[in-house]
Design a protein around this ligand. Structure first.
Ligand code: HEM
Length: 382
């Protein structure tokens, strides 16, 4: 998606330090003539994510291949956002997290059983199978749907062809419709069932339901894969911290928070739209301008973090913005944490020696989702 001119996905942090020092609220004009502001300071990013004059409910410019699913929890403003979020939040409650925790740990264990010593790819062999297991379970979809979800998610996230994105989107929506019909009145406690009951009670429309569920594929899949991929990569790049985590496995929770801060998987929040003129970080933003809070940049701001470029798996407190901030703070944060903690913690427990198999990494080119396509490693048992 959006990236400012000169951005290098392999090393966004050097780039954003330079931007923050020279021009912390950076103005760009897109080829279509829209003024876009990139925020790189922690304080400005937090402010923008709570600023009522910055909304989301605006038609994006240009052809949006997924315009058919625009009204959803990510893109709405209050009061519609508040209503939808209240209906969805109980589906992410403590019981769900506990059940999914057991499932995820079992799946991690099975995946690691299949990884022998020698070369492996942390992305394909460990990270990629987890999130769709979680999304399917969260929605109460049968696990046999996982392969199809994987195909549609790949088509939508990993291709640049709008026609393919659209086709995959239509196929996923049709499938969801079919699964809903099959259920009839037999609904349970999963998220989809809760939303279906709310729809019957007139609390949300079918469009809002399908759209919000649909967006979970974007929200929960590549983000989690990249948290695990980027996280393992940072451990390999910082052998002292890797050793420390092996000696103190109880640091896994703070380690994952540091992975979210240091090189998190989400570069920026959804673009915000100025609904009125406003002042932000000393600049005047005009009505109609777009504002992009760059989470990656905020998380390395020296005004907010001591030694921001030091990767410290014990960092505490760590008020990073990797899951966003304010009313749209990530609903799946607990699920993302449990997957990363289980996958990375257990990978280290199983393999006493892990090293990077190649320095050549292919980073996703845009700024929205930040990660590598493959992470080849060498695994040794002693
Ligand atoms: C929203 C990050 C995993 C569901 C967000 C936002 C961020 C984020 C930054 C706010 C976006 C904005 O303000 O525009 C992440 C990261 C993840 C992750 C870094 C993994 C490492 C998940 C998972 C799920 C999920 C696993 C669910 C299965 C959501 C939902 C929202 C959201 C529903 C929208 C909340 C709202 O708009 O009110 N996430 N996410 N996320 N995330 Fe996550």
């Amino acid at each position: 998606m959006t990236a400012p001119a000169g951005f290098d996905p392999a090393d966004p942090h050097t780039y954003f330090h330079r931007v923050r020092e020279r021009c912390p609220v950076r103005r760009d004009v897109t080829p279509s003539g829209r003024v876009t502001w990139y925020l790189t300071r922690y304080a400005d990013v937090r402010h923008a994510l709570q600023e009522p004059a910055l909304g989301r409910q605006v038609e994006p410019p240009g052809g949006d291949p997924l315009a058919m699913v625009r009204r959803n929890v990510f893109n709405l403003d209050p009061p519609d956002h508040t209503r939808l979020r209240r209906l969805m939040a109980p589906g992410f409650g403590a019981r769900t997290v506990a059940v999914l925790g057991r499932l995820v740990r079992q799946r991690v264990s099975d995946l690691l059983d299949a990884m022998t010593t020698g070369e492996a790819d942390v992305i394909a062999d460990l990270a990629l199978p987890l999130p769709l297991l979680v999304v399917a379970e969260l929605l109460g979809l049968p696990q046999e749907d996982r392969a199809r979800l994987r195909r549609w998610s790949d088509e939508m996230l990993r291709t640049d062809d709008p026609a393919r994105v659209r086709r995959a989107g239509v196929a996923f929506l049709a499938h969801l419709g079919e699964r809903i019909r099959e259920r009839g009145d037999q609904t349970g406690n999963d998220l989809l069932s809760r939303l279906l009951r709310a729809e019957r009670a007139g609390q949300l429309t079918r469009h809002e339901l399908l759209s919000s569920v649909f967006q979970l594929l974007f929200a929960g899949d590549e983000t989690t894969v990249n948290l695990i991929g980027n996280g393992v990569l940072e451990l390999l790049r910082h052998p002292g911290q890797l050793r420390r985590l092996r000696e103190r496995p109880d640091l896994i929770a703070t380690a994952v928070e540091e992975m979210l801060r240091f090189n998190g998987p989400v570069g920026h929040s959804r673009p915000l739209h100025a609904m009125a003129d406003l002042k932000l970080g000393g600049e005047t933003i005009k009505r109609g301008d777009v504002v992009i809070p760059v989470l990656l940049a905020a998380n390395r701001d020296p005004a907010a973090f001591a030694d921001p470029d030091v990767f410290d798996i014990g960092r505490d407190p760590n008020r990073h913005l990797g899951f966003g901030h304010g009313a749209h703070f990530c609903l799946g944060a607990a699920l993302a944490r449990l997957q990363a903690q289980a996958a990375i913690g257990e990978l280290l427990a199983r393999f006493p020696r892990i090293s990077q198999a190649t320095e050549e990494l292919e980073w996703t080119p845009d700024l929205f989702l930040h990660g590598v396509r493959r992470l080849p490693v060498l695994l040794e048992s002693a």
